[in-house]
Every structure is written in structure tokens, then in C-alpha cells.
Design a protein around this ligand. Sequence first.
Ligand code: IMP
Ligand code: MG
Length: 332
Amino acid sequence: MPCKVIVGGFWGDEGKGKIISYLALKDKLDVCVRTGSVNAAHTVWYKGKRYALHMVPAAFLHEKCRLLISAGANVHVAKFLEEVDTTNVKNRIGVDSQASIIEEKHSNQDKTSAHLKGLGTTGWGVGPAIEERVRRTAKIAKDIPELQPYITDVATEANNAINAGKKVLLEGTQGLMLSLFFGTYPYVTGRDTSASAICSEAGVGPTKVDDVLVVFKAFMTRVGTGPMPGELTKEEASKRGWFETAAGTGRERRSAPFNFELAKKAVMVNGATQAALTKLDALYPECKSIREQDKLPKEAKQFINEIEQHTGIPVVLIGTGPEALDIIDRRK
Ligand code: IMP
Ligand code: MG
């Protein structure tokens, strides 16, 4: 894998953070590039400790991994500095000089706009910050004194690493159904979330990518408003053990069973070559923390087969618990 892109297949919160942290440790990633913004929280559990990352790339667990925030990303300076501190990555994180800055006013605009409130935005201000970028009045990272020690050229660093045969991961945020172009418009986020857009935000051309890995959760969840096929009542979701609250905002997540048609579309638009499936233990509790495929119950194997049949791509990683290493790795 010199260059892999990781994207979400549904409405975000598929467990990308967990998959990325596993790959960071297992494959010893050299470089991880974060895209998107502070609205997306990636949860990482390691040795009993939980991290909900809004800015720092989820590969930080591997201590030799260079961490980068791309030119297409939006940086929340206070959150960035706080997370650099809690993850202790000061000496190995960089921010592209042209990444946009999210300010307090953007969050205020997000929270006070009746239209955006109706969409159930996260309130972080990402939509209004992107509007400013499009108007070409936004501040960028090179304008901010606190970011000076971190300023770099992410596209150059990422491409140099790829050309040198190093392992580079481009970390997507949210999921295809929240894409400004391909999602459930207008109930979407302010940007495209597909693999091509992740490459564009990072400054890596499509010919440089070897694999696109799409992450699906064993059931679907969604925060905010907008359609969701097969949605369950909160009572039914709780009964099935699917009820979740959001890592970033604490809001209740809506849930629905896995949808094969949506998964197929996510594979198509992302050009995905591989899939990861997380939270299999929520469907089949006997799977909890299993790391060997042979130990999976028959129904779980059937479900994975069905996903592969419908999407036409292999499910290479299966999450069976929250810890970074709770994974069945079928790549060998
Ligand atoms: P915004 O991205 O804050 O503008 O919110 C637009 C929609 O995307 C809302 O429905 C949010 O709940 C949803 N959304 C944004 N970021 C995430 C995420 O990281 N996970 C899940 N949903 C998200
Ligand atoms: Mg999340």
C-alpha cells in the first residue's frame, strides 16, 4: 500500500478512526493526512484510553507516523493546539500553509442560522467557514501566529513520501451520504466526502492512489436531520444494542439496518477497492474481540459474504470491539 484513501460509506461515524488506528500500528504508516474539519470526530481507543479526535489524524498512535492537515481542511486553532497537547505529537504534526481557519464567528453563524439549524448541523461553523473560503475572504493557516511552528506544504510532503515508496494514508471524514454532491441533499455537510475529494483536499492526484478503502458499520447511524431508509425507533435501536451518541456533539444517533443498495453506491462513487466492516459484535455478540476469522459464527460469515456479493469488493478488515487491535485482518 504506498497510498491508501479511507472514506466512510454511510453518514459518518462508521468507525474510520478505529480502522486508521489499526492500520497505523499494524502497517506502520509513515504519513497520515487529515482532511475535512472539526465537525468530524474520529474515535480511537487504545489500551483502555479513549480519544475523540477533531483535528489530529487518527494514525497518531504509531509514534513514527508524520501527521499532516491538508490544504483543503479547515483548522480550528484552539482545538488543534489542545489535541496536539493531549496526543503529544508536537514534533511530528504539520499544517498546510493554505488550510482555512474556522473562527468563533463561523460557529455563531452556524448556530443562529435557522436554515442550518434545520439541517441539524454540528454547530462547529464548518459550513460558514467554507462559504468564506469560497468568497476568498477566509484566513488561512499562514496568517495565524500560533500555527507558525507547524506550517508546511502538505501536498509536497505527501507526494514525496509516495514517490519514495513510503506508506501514506489519506484520512477521509464523514461518509458518502453526507456528501454535498452525492448525499441526501440538502441534508448534507458543506463539502464532497468522496475519495476523489479527499485526494483533492490533500493535493494527491488520482494516479498516485493504490487503494480506496470504504468503511461500513454493521448497521447504519445518522445524526442530524434528513432521510434514512429503514430507520428504527429509539426503543427498537436500544433493544438491538445499536443506540449510540455522537463522539463529537453527544447527540443521539438515529439507526437503521445495513443497506446493501447504499453500500453499492458508496463503492461505486468512491471507486473503492476494499471494504472494512466495523462493530460486527453489535450484530453478533459472540464476535466480541475475536481476532481470528475461523472463530466467527456462521451467520456473521454469511453477512460478510452478502456484503461482498452485493458490492463486488472484499471485506478485508472486520472490527469486533472498540480497541484499535480488535480486528480480524483478512488481507494475508
Ligand atoms: P455540518 O457538517 O456541521 O454542517 O452538518 C451537516 C450534517 O452533517 C448534519 O446532519 C451533521 O450531523 C452531519 N455531520 C457533520 N459531520 C459529521 C460527522 O463527522 N459525523 C456524522 N455526521 C456529521
Ligand atoms: Mg464521528
